[in-house]
Design a protein around this ligand. Structure first.
Ligand SMILES: Nc1ncnc2c1ncn2[C@@H]1O[C@H](COP(=O)(O)OP(=O)(O)O)[C@@H](O)[C@H]1O
Ligand SMILES: [Mg+2]
Length: 446
C-alpha cells in the first residue's frame, strides 16, 4: 500500500521539511512553505530484467521532424519518440504559438492530443485560425485534472501529447493547489511514465516567473529529457529558443524566430538580421563571430565608455558575462595602458542575444577601445579571438566556419588570432593574424 505522509515544501525551490518553516533554509524565500502530501510507494514499479548493452536496439531513438527547422535543430534533429520536452519561458513569449505551429508537422505521426488547461477551446481556435492551422489530427482537451487527462489519453491513444501548461494541471490525489511544487512534480512524472510506456513524445509547457510565486519549471528540469527555453524581449519581435538540457543532442544549439501576426517565422539567416540596423561610422560598435552549436552567428557588440560621475564606476554587461568584462577591462588597463578606472562602461550584445563564448573577447575589447578613443571601426571589418590575461590572442575553434560566414555577408577584412589566420585559405577576404591585443587594436584603429 502506498504510504501517505504530510510534509511541508518550499514553493519556490522544492525544499521539503517535516515542520512548517517561515524561511526556506535552501533558497532563503520567506513564507513559501505549504502543506503537501507525499505518496511513497513501497512496492517497486516494475521488475526490470538486466539486458546486455549490445542486445539493445536503438529503435527508440527514432526522430520525427516538426517541420519547423529551427525547432528541429534545437531538439538535436527532430523530436525523439518517447522523449519528454519541457518548453519554458515568460508568459506571453510565444510558447503556445510555437507548439501549435509544430503540431502541424507532428500530426503526420497520428493524433495529437493538445491539453489546454489555460485557454478555452475558442481561444485556441482563434489562434489556430490566425496561424492557418486546420488539421483534423489535432484533438483539443480542455481538462486540468491529471486523472482526466490520462483517461482521455488511454481512450484516444494519441501519437503526441502536449500539456499547456503544467502549472494548471493537478492530481486529485494531492491536497495542494495546482502549480505547487508537489503537484507539478507528481503530474509531470505520471505523464512521463505514460509517454515513455507508449513511446510517444510529450511536450510540457511551463511558465517561469521571477518571483517564484508559481513553482517554475526548474523543479522539472531533472525529470525531463530536453529543456528548451524561449527567450526574448517583449518589445522586440525576435525570439530565441535555446536548449538548456538535452539527452539527445547538443545544448549549444539555438533557434531564432520572429513573432508576426501569422505566428512565429523562422529566421534562416540570423547574422543578417542582427546586423541589419547597424549604425554607420559610430564609435563603440564592432562585429564579431560567435558559434552557437554548429551555426556561426555574426553579432554586433556595442560599448559605451563615459566619465563616471560617482566614486565607484559602473560596469554593465548585457548579453555577456559581467566577470569577463571586468577581466578584459583589467587587460586593457595593464597591456594597453588605458586608464578606465574612472569610467562607466556599458557593454551590450545587439538583438537581445546572450553569448557565453570567449571567442567574442576580442570584439568586446575592440568596442570598448573604439568608444574610449571615440574612433569608429570600419564597418566592413570583423574580429574574433579569445583574450588571455597577458593580452595574448588565443585561437578559437572552427575558425574557417566563422570566417566563411563573414565572407557571405560581405565583410572585407578580418582581424583574427595568428594561429587561426590560415583558416581563410581559398576565401576571398583579407585576413590578418595577430598575436596580441596591442597588434589587433593597432590594425582595427589605424
Ligand atoms: N493578433 C496578433 N498579432 C500579432 N501577434 C500576436 C497576436 N496575438 C498574439 N500575438 C503574439 O503572441 C504572443 C502570445 O503568444 P502565446 O503563444 O500565447 O504565449 P505563451 O503561450 O508563451 O504565453 C503575444 O505576446 C504576442 O506577441
Ligand atoms: Mg500559452
Amino acid at each position: 500500500m502506498p504510504r501517505a505522509k504530510i510534509l511541508y515544501q518550499c514553493q519556490s525551490c522544492g525544499y521539503a521539511s517535516p515542520k512548517w518553516l517561515g524561511k526556506c533554509p535552501d533558497c532563503g524565500q520567506w513564507n513559501s512553505f505549504s502543506e503537501e502530501k507525499r505518496v511513497t510507494s513501497l512496492k517497486s514499479q516494475s521488475a526490470a530484467e538486466p539486458v546486455a548493452l549490445k542486445d539493445i536496439s536503438a529503435s527508440q531513438g527514432r526522430r520525427s521532424s516538426t517541420d519547423i527547422k529551427e525547432l528541429d535543430r534545437t531538439l538535436g534533429g527532430g523530436v525523439v519518440m518517447g522523449s519528454v520536452v519541457l518548453i519554458g519561458g515568460d508568459p506571453g513569449i510565444g510558447k503556445s504559438t510555437l507548439i501549435l505551429q509544430s503540431m502541424k508537422g507532428l500530426a503526420r505521426l497520428g493524433t495529437v492530443l493538445y491539453v489546454s488547461g489555460e485557454e478555452s477551446p475558442e481561444q485556441v481556435k482563434i489562434r489556430a485560425d490566425r496561424l492557418h492551422i486546420h488539421c483534423g489530427e489535432i484533438i483539443l482537451l480542455p481538462e486540468t485534472s491529471l486523472e482526466g487527462i490520462l483517461a482521455a489519453a488511454r481512450k484516444i491513444a494519441p501519437q503526441v501529447i502536449v500539456i499547456d501548461s503544467i502549472q494548471t494541471i493537478f492530481s486529485l490525489e494531492l491536497p495542494s493547489a495546482p502549480g505547487s511544487v508537489g503537484q507539478i512534480r507528481e503530474c509531470a512524472t505520471k505523464l512521463m511514465f505514460f509517454a515513455k510506456k507508449q513511446g510517444i513524445p510529450l511536450f510540457i509547457i511551463g511558465h517561469v516567473t521571477k518571483e517564484g510565486a508559481i513553482a517554475g519549471p526548474k523543479v522539472l528540469e531533472h525529470i525531463v529529457d530536453t529543456v528548451l527555453y524561449f527567450e526574448g524581449d517583449k518589445g522586440n519581435p525576435f525570439r530565441i529558443l535555446r536548449a538548456v538540457k538535452n539527452r539527445f543532442g547538443s545544448t549549444n544549439e539555438i533557434g531564432v524566430f520572429e513573432m508576426q501576426e501569422s505566428g512565429l517565422m523562422e529566421v534562416e539567416n540570423p547574422s543578417q538580421l542582427f546586423l541589419s540596423e547597424r549604425p554607420e561610422n559610430v564609435p563603440g560598435s564592432v562585429v564579431t563571430v560567435s558559434l552557437e552549436g554548429t551555426r556561426p552567428l555574426l553579432v554586433e557588440i556595442q560599448a559605451l565608455v563615459t566619465t563616471s560621475s560617482f566614486g565607484v564606476p559602473r560596469r554593465t554587461a548585457l548579453g555577456v558575462d559581467y566577470n569577463r568584462i571586468n577581466l578584459l577591462i583589467a587587460v586593457l588597463d595593464k597591456r594597453l595602458g588605458m586608464h578606465l578606472g574612472a569610467m562607466d562602461i556599458f557593454v551590450n550584445v545587439v538583438g537581445g542575444l546572450r553569448i557565453d563564448e570567449p571567442a567574442i573577447d576580442m570584439g568586446i575589447i575592440a568596442a570598448i577601445v573604439s568608444s574610449f578613443r571615440n574612433q569608429a571601426i570600419d564597418r566592413e571589418v570583423f574580429t574574433f579571438g579569445e583574450v588571455g590575461l597577458s593580452g595574448e590572442l588565443r585561437a578559437v575553434s572552427q575558425a574557417s566556419i566563422r570566417i566563411n560566414e563573414a565572407v557571405k555577408l560581405g565583410f572585407r577584412k578580418g582581424i583574427v588570432p595568428f594561429s587561426n589566420s590560415t583558416a581563410s585559405d581559398g576565401m576571398h577576404i583579407d585576413i590578418s593574424g595577430v598575436k596580441n591585443v596591442e597588434e589587433a587594436v593597432e590594425l582595427l584603429m589605424f
